[in-house]
Write a protein that binds this ligand. Structure first.
Ligand SMILES: [Zn+2]
Length: 389
């Protein structure tokens, strides 16, 4: 075993006394063991069984909570739930914002994250443990009821690379602040995340992988409700604090000035004792759900307003384009008329010159010729004079 993996009689890991480096290594082992357990799972609703919906596959699924067998209609409903979840969290873009994370979460998970639940499952403590490239590792103390001592939450800051390369006004602290509020992806080793939320995170494209989960949570969370467990919620709200931004900003700067591949093993950083002390001064420890939801509504409203503005802007542009076309057509007609007039004037001048030349021999003056030519062409003398000017 590469790390201290002491376990209790129930087979749980003792992670309380470990320093950050050992702590992170133990969780690498835990992740491998969970993956092995996962492969042995029974009655799993795989992606292909959900797609094909054969009677043989249905028979292997066991029964619903009410004891009845799963039907084809159940699977059709699951597919609909999955598709609307993908749409709601815009699966084409990696990550979801902090606002989306909180707004979409179940009230009970938020209460437990804030230690405001009365079921003994509230949690109280978390601290930064390390960073691997753009993924932040957070050690979260388990609830008093839990058999575990700690959980390891992984939050990938999906806008980190962009902000690292172009920090606002050259300020890495501001860059980190924006990265923590921006799109993030999540993972936690706890059962809640594994059995309720990992499938949602995978389908919504906001999971830190591996591990990905393709099997539908048909018993635990068939309606695909909620987003994050209390540990992820706690870690996410604490990521909004200046105390953590300071530590992370220094790592962003280190990565920004580093030679070598951006995500190689040297991009791993384990917090030092003094950094742990600095990070423990975090004051952003409770989620203000009402405030976050109000901000999220405001954001969505602004987005809707922007979309409306864009649509009306498009209409305005179309109107202007039509007007411009009309004016251009009119201008073309005027230009054409102008050209015809010029042509007529030139012809008149030429004819008059010939007319006058013939009369000069007979002793006619120019004034005489104009008078005679005007009569011949049936125009007034003054108009003819204007043309000949
Ligand atoms: Zn968790």
């Amino acid at each position: 075993m590469p790390a201290n993996t002491e376990r209790t009689a129930q087979g749980r890991y003792l992670t309380g006394g470990l320093d950050e480096k050992r702590f992170q290594r133990v969780f690498d082992v835990i992740q491998k063991q969970q993956a092995a357990n996962r492969r042995n799972a029974k009655r799993t609703l795989t992606s292909s069984a959900l797609t094909k919906k054969t009677a043989a596959d249905l028979a292997k699924l066991g029964s619903k909570e009410n004891g009845e067998p799963f039907t084809k209609d159940d699977l059709k409903r699951f597919e609909q739930e999955r598709n609307s979840h993908k749409k709601r969290f815009n699966a084409k873009t990696t990550g979801i914002t902090y606002h989306q994370l909180v707004s979409g979460s179940r009230e009970i998970d938020i209460k437990r994250a804030n230690n405001q639940s009365d079921d003994g499952r509230g949690i109280t403590k978390a601290n930064l443990s390390g960073i691997r490239a753009n993924t932040v590792l957070i050690r979260v103390k388990a609830s008093s009821k839990s058999v575990h001592e700690n959980h390891l939450v992984k939050i990938r800051l999906d806008e980190w690379d962009d902000l690292l390369n172009d920090p606002p006004a050259g300020n890495y602290k501001q860059a980190v602040k924006e990265a923590c509020r921006g799109r993030i992806s999540i993972d936690c080793d706890c059962g809640r995340h594994q059995y309720w939320y990992r499938y949602l995170a995978t389908m919504g494209n906001y999971c830190v992988a591996p591990p990905k989960e393709f099997s539908y949570p048909k018993i635990r969370n068939p309606e695909l409700k909620g987003v994050a467990c209390k540990h992820v919620l706690k870690a996410a709200v604490m990521l909004q604090s200046v105390a953590w931004h300071g530590v992370l900003a220094r790592q962003m700067e280190v990565q920004a000035s580093k030679i070598g591949y951006a995500d190689d093993r040297k991009s791993k950083h384990v917090l030092t004792a003094s950094e742990l002390k600095e990070a423990s001064k975090n004051r952003s420890t409770k989620i203000n759900s009402a405030k976050v939801q109000a901000e999220y509504r405001k954001y969505k409203k602004a987005q809707a307003g922007l979309a409306k503005k864009l649509t009306s802007g498009k209409k305005e542009i179309e109107k202007l384009r039509k007007q411009a076309n009309k004016i251009r057509k009119q201008a073309n007609t005027i230009k054409k008329k102008d050209q015809e007039l010029t042509k007529m004037r030139d012809m008149l001048r030429m004819s008059f010159t010939m007319f006058h030349d013939m009369r000069v021999a007979g002793g006619s003056t120019k004034a005489d010729s104009i008078k005679a030519f005007a009569k011949k062409m049936n125009v007034s003398e003054s108009k003819l004079k204007q043309v000949l000017k």
